[in-house]
Design a protein around this ligand. Sequence first.
Ligand code: 2AM
Length: 186
Amino acid sequence: MSGEWRLFVAVSLEALAAGPLEAIRTEWGSRLPGLRWVERSNLHLTLRFLGETARERVEPLVRRLERVERPAAGAPVRLAGGGAFPQPARARVIWLGVEAEWLAPLARAVEAAIREAGWPAEERPFQPHLTVARARRGESVDAAGLLEGWQGRLWAAGSVSEFALYRSQLRPAGPLYTVVARFPFR
Ligand code: 2AM
């Protein structure tokens, strides 16, 4: 098969983040019309973005990811705090913080697997964040008011039992994410 798939490795956080997203959106949606809110089923934490990938590289990648060491099922996670990229007054991305002891080790193991599968090393440091809103293309919003009081705030606590390889298809209506393969925790 020919063609390319736009891929990323992530943990779905829909169950945990849907409530906080709804609350934030209800309060701020009309005040910040320049933001596009993430669909609840798209709420995820990216462990590694791979980008456009030749279709024939997908299967070997999945096989390598299957060997990644994972935490035990029901791994605890907290959504706490948050912020904006690149900065609150000119925000392009609004995110909630994700805290879990197993997160950095899992991201390192995924990174190692991806490198073994032939990708160059990720240069950017891993910054665990759950994107809840993005500014419209080429724009930014002043989110300083939105982010006031977010520091140290606990949004939700729960658990995670798998990570997955996702395909992203960019559409005018917003991205369509589909699961290519799931990797259940132990
Ligand atoms: P973001 O939430 O900060 O936009 C799918 O696009 C996922 O991959 C998103 O979670 C996105 O992060 C992440 N990602 C990381 N690097 C990316 C890049 N260079 N281009 C697009 N998405 C990227």
